[in-house]
Design a protein around this ligand. Sequence first.
Ligand code: SF4
Length: 63
Amino acid sequence: MKITVNVDECIGAAMCTGLAPKVFGLSEEGLVALLDEEPPQELRERLERAVGACPVSAIRMQD
Ligand code: SF4
């Protein structure tokens, strides 16, 4: 599973950081910072929720 984020789209809503804090952090600019590009399968459910919760659809998930 591979995660990518589009920082240009991110508005810093921080939904993703709350749902998967091991994978998403916030940069000094208050935008998403990807902490783990290939997270373990056990985080899949949380990551799917983060993808759905992002208000600007800035998170992509690939198998
Ligand atoms: S949920 Fe979306 S907009 Fe909010 S910090 Fe994460 S990537 Fe950015």
